[in-house]
Design a protein around this ligand. Structure first.
Ligand code: C2E
Ligand code: CA
Ligand code: CA
Ligand code: CA
Length: 380
């Protein structure tokens, strides 16, 4: 990207500066090589303890982070480091580099500015992910995905909404949790087909509940970035609502903060169209995105969902308590509804209620349940 915006000379200067900095924190007989693109390899001789490896990695991250001046711009490099240790003298170089590469990929997944040391579990995981990618494709055809529904309640316990959560019945491995397959589906193109299936499942369920004369409450669906920003999403949803005869007001979309700030202008466009369909918008995992808050003013948002990580210890004297309090106040000032997710205890509920949180979701009230069991709850 530097090549594109500042020109090739700047790109070359940057690569040069990177190697100078690497040389500064490595020893004279270490080898530094550019592996292509923006990837570098550092080869270090000798038996290093895991402590000294960690120190080395942090030195490199540190020295890279220092701003670089380039054509009047100040740039700072966030590095991801993967580390492999040569097992035996005659280990294949290719396999060795591949291990470092796998570890680097894991470091990247944790966010920039991290390092990871290769472990065999990482390779196992990659193999499993590869297998799952194939299996996802087949499972989409054979309809092995289903939804469970978790209630959103008022403090007194009355149900005012449901969140649809996807489940995968894997042919060999049994129930696979979404955290293990949603991101895989996102990396491949399968997320679009999977998400469409989720909408069909949820909307047909709403239609069935309506037919059975059950009190209907809005259902929230988690929407991935790829899906929200795809050209076909709004027309797809419009058609699906018509097909099942469901009003937009019975649908809420949960979108994570990261997606909303990734392309604000495009999101304003898409969300406005969704609002025109009557659909409500909820910011999922709020508080974990480390983003500026200005997007909250610009986007047509209805709900903030306080991330479970803040709820966990909100009832003890903690930073988390202050964060929850601040989010609730922020939401009130912006006239947004707050939902606390992952409420597990009476004392968490009491704390949140005393600060004016609107709605609650969590094992304390209800676990995610199959549709048949939810029916009983709504009838009550
Ligand atoms: P999320 O949207 O943050 O969903 C909340 C997760 O917390 C759910 O996990 C839910 O079962 C769990 N949870 C709810 N209450 C409690 C509690 O009191 N304690 C604890 N420990 N956990 C609680 P689940 O069902 O495993 O889903 C994980 C994530 O997968 C979801 O996080 C969501 O990001 C994603 N996901 C699930 N279904 C879909 C889907 O259909 N489409 C997309 N794009 N993502 C989905
Ligand atoms: Ca959610
Ligand atoms: Ca959430
Ligand atoms: Ca979460």
């Amino acid at each position: 990207r530097i090549n594109d915006t500042l020109g090739h000379k700047a790109g070359d200067d940057l690569l040069c500066e990177v190697s100078v900095r690497l040389a500064r924190v490595t020893r004279e007989d270490d080898v530094i090589a550019r592996w292509g693109g923006d990837e570098f390899i550092v080869l270090m001789k000798g038996q290093l303890s895991s402590e000294s490896i960690a120190i080395k990695a942090m030195e490199i991250l540190e020295v890279m982070r220092d701003p670089i001046e380039l054509e009047g711009h100040h740039l700072s490099i966030l590095t991801s480091i993967g580390i492999a240790q040569l097992a035996e003298k005659d280990q294949e170089a290719d396999a060795f580099i591949q291990q470092a590469d796998i570890a680097m990929y894991q470091a990247k997944m944790q966010g920039p500015g991290n390092y990871r040391i290769f472990a065999t579990e990482m390779a196992d995981r990659i193999n499993r992910n590869f297998r799952y990618e194939q299996d996802l494709k087949n499972s989409l055809e054979t309809e092995l995905f289903s939804l469970v529904y978790q209630a959103k309640v008022k403090a007194g316990g009355s149900i005012v909404g449901l969140e649809a959560l996807c489940r995968w019945q894997h042919p060999d491995d049994g129930m696979v949790p979404p955290d293990e397959f949603i991101s895989l589906a996102e990396e491949s193109n399968l997320i679009l087909a999977l998400s469409e299936q989720v909408f069909h499942l949820a909307l047909s369920q709403l239609a069935r509940w309506r037919e059975a004369g059950i009190r209907l409450v809005p259902v929230s669906i988690n929407v991935s970035g790829r899906q929200l920003l795809s050209e076909s999403f709004v027309p797809f949803l419009h058609e699906a609502l018509l097909k099942y005869g469901i009003e937009g007001r019975l649908l809420e979309l949960e979108i994570t903060e990261g997606v909303l700030v990734s392309d604000i202008d495009r999101c304003i466009e898409v969300l406005s169209k969704l609002k025109a369909l009557g659909v409500a918008i909820s910011v999922d995992d709020f508080g974990t995105g480390y983003s500026s808050l200005s997007y909250l003013k610009r986007l047509p948002i209805d709900v903030l969902k306080i991330d479970r990580s803040f709820i966990e210890e909100c009832d003890s004297v903690s930073e988390d308590a202050k964060i929850c309090e601040t989010i609730i106040n922020l939401a009130r000032n912006l006239e947004l509804t707050t939902v606390a997710e992952g409420v597990e205890t009476q004392s968490q509920l009491a704390f949140l209620q005393s600060h004016g949180c609107d709605l609650y979701q969590g094992y304390y009230f209800h676990r995610p349940l199959p549709a048949a069991q939810v029916k009983g709850l709504l009838d009550e």
